[in-house]
Design a binder for this molecule. Sequence first.
Ligand SMILES: NC(=O)c1ccc[n+]([C@@H]2O[C@H](COP(=O)([O-])OP(=O)(O)OC[C@H]3O[C@@H](n4cnc5c(N)ncnc54)[C@H](OP(=O)(O)O)[C@@H]3O)[C@@H](O)[C@H]2O)c1
Length: 308
Amino acid sequence: MTTVLFAAGAALWPEYETPLRAALAESGLAVDLVTDADPAAVDFIIYAPSSPVQDFTPYTRCKAVLNLWAGVERIVGNATLTQPLCRMVDPGLTEGMVEYVVGHVLRHHLGMDRYILGAPGWDQIVPPLARERPVGVLGLGELGLACARALAGLNFDVAGWSRSEKSGLGLPAYHGEAGLQALLRRSQIVVTLLPRTAETENLLDAQRLGWLPQGAVIINPGRGALIDDAALLAALDAGHLGHATLDVFRVEPLPDDHAFRHHPRITVTPHIAADTRASSAARVVVENIRRGMAGLPLLHVVDRARGY
Ligand SMILES: NC(=O)c1ccc[n+]([C@@H]2O[C@H](COP(=O)([O-])OP(=O)(O)OC[C@H]3O[C@@H](n4cnc5c(N)ncnc54)[C@H](OP(=O)(O)O)[C@@H]3O)[C@@H](O)[C@H]2O)c1
């Protein structure tokens, strides 16, 4: 019997047990899904960063660690983890991220705050059309590309940026340092959907924030460390940036006394941009168990050298 250890923490078990059992039943796999087991008998580990399992050494039979989170920065550097690590690519999570990004882009594009928060007046400031609004998406992976395509579908003038060179996406795609500069210089709204790695830490520093046009808006549902906090505050205070909508932070929950909390040009959302949805994620996990059991290539395997 194949043993699958749900090690994503006791708090998530009630949410995941039924969808996982349903997906396993649907697949017809003979699997024992447990929350506790002799490590030497475990074939697959379902994981989340808050897991009590931090030392993978005793899991000698384990074929894969299946992360419920898309971001893997808290596990990818674990030296005891020698088994393949798969990250979460979940259609429900992607849908959620698209909705978050489109909603916040539209807020800034349409200048909604003026009417929702401002005194009722009669200043007829007509927003440009979406086709006249350049939006840049940093990261053209599962989430960034889905968001870029959704925004392009609304006629926004979207371009993206990624580590590797890309073509055939149906939108301008930049890469490399020169590409980053070109993308930032053209983007009135920037969405950051990059993973946290050694290379992306403080990617948006003072110099690069300076490349953005006057009044530009940043929407960061990627990771807090992508942006230099002090440089962001300085750019907002100087009026160079118009607003920042931030979902992720270096320290979470964001401390009450953090400068981001009460800044008039910062909107804080509490890491809710996109959650993994148990019903669709369970199917993704079970598909990887099926593949692992059949000796087929696993889906969404993390490249340890790249860090994502
Ligand atoms: N706020 C939330 O609720 C929430 C939820 C889920 C995920 N997230 C965050 O979103 C991130 C992205 O998720 P995803 O599923 O889209 O990841 P993904 O599919 O791995 O895509 C990552 C993208 O970032 C690019 N990239 C990585 N390192 C880069 C670098 N040094 N320079 C330029 N581009 C780089 C990759 O380029 P290549 O295409 O060339 O590889 C890829 O396009 C996650 O890592 C996580 O941090 C946040």
